[in-house]
Design a protein. Structure first.
Length: 234
């Protein structure tokens, strides 16, 4: 059973998502919260596998709440998916840097929301196809101010410790390539490609592939405007 916490300051939104997710045999909503402070407290109490997190809320916003949840060692198995109304929301990028596993628009189709919960619960990153490239390119290229990362973004020293092959792999992850696609493009075995990605997690202190994508852009390995067909990565 996949356990979920819903965080949104609008009770009607929470009720709709609750009814939708609880209708699935393999998903159970175990907690709800109307602000970031309560979201963190409920996450620590219930330890859900997935938190669907609104960004703009009173008291503590979703960005701060995401950072607190992803920084808590007791919640290492909890994944945060950011929900936003806006296609280019600077706080969404900040949430990815703070450790969110992906983001979705609130007008997502019901079936896609259910799929997203399952994907993230399985340990994969979810990068919404119609948003990811536009958002990352806009904010990495300085089109708008990006809130500083609470933790987890790769620093220059860590990037310098990467081998040439690891830098190649990071660039391909940043372009949305799967492990199988990386293996094919670099003429590696699938196991070797997976090993390289695992080393990137360790060396860069990344929580999941969403943060590797951010690191690839911030390091310049992927240049905004270049071919970077962002999609769900697994």
């Amino acid at each position: 059973m996949i356990t979920v916490e819903l965080v949104d300051d609008q009770s009607l939104v929470r009720a709709g998502f609750h009814a939708l997710l609880d209708a699935e045999d393999d998903i159970s909503v175990v907690a709800e919260a109307a602000d970031g402070e309560s979201a963190v407290a409920q996450a620590r109490r219930h330890r859900p596998q997935v938190v669907l997190m609104d960004i703009r809320m009173p008291k503590v916003d979703g960005l701060q709440a995401t950072a607190q949840i992803t920084a808590d060692p007791d919640l290492c198995d909890t994944r945060v998916v950011v929900l936003t109304t806006f296609e280019l929301d600077e706080y969404v990028f900040g949430a990815l840097r703070a450790g969110a596993s992906g983001f979705l628009l609130k007008d997502v189709e019901p079936a896609d929301l259910v799929t997203a919960v399952r994907v993230v619960a399985a340990g994969e990153a979810l990068l919404a196809p119609r948003l990811t490239r536009r958002l990352i390119e806009a904010f990495v290229s300085g089109a708008s101010a990006v809130p500083p990362a609470a933790h987890g973004n790769a620093d220059s020293d860590a990037l310098e410790r990467l081998t040439p092959r690891e830098r190649e792999v990071l660039a391909l992850v940043g372009r949305g390539r799967s492990n199988a696609e990386i293996a094919e493009q670099l003429v590696l075995s699938p196991l070797t490609a997976k090993t390289h990605v695992a080393r990137l997690f360790s060396k860069l202190g990344a929580r999941d592939r969403a943060q590797l994508v951010v690191a690839a852009y911030e390091s310049g390995l992927v240049v905004p405007g270049a071919d970077a067909d962002a999609h769900q990565v697994s």
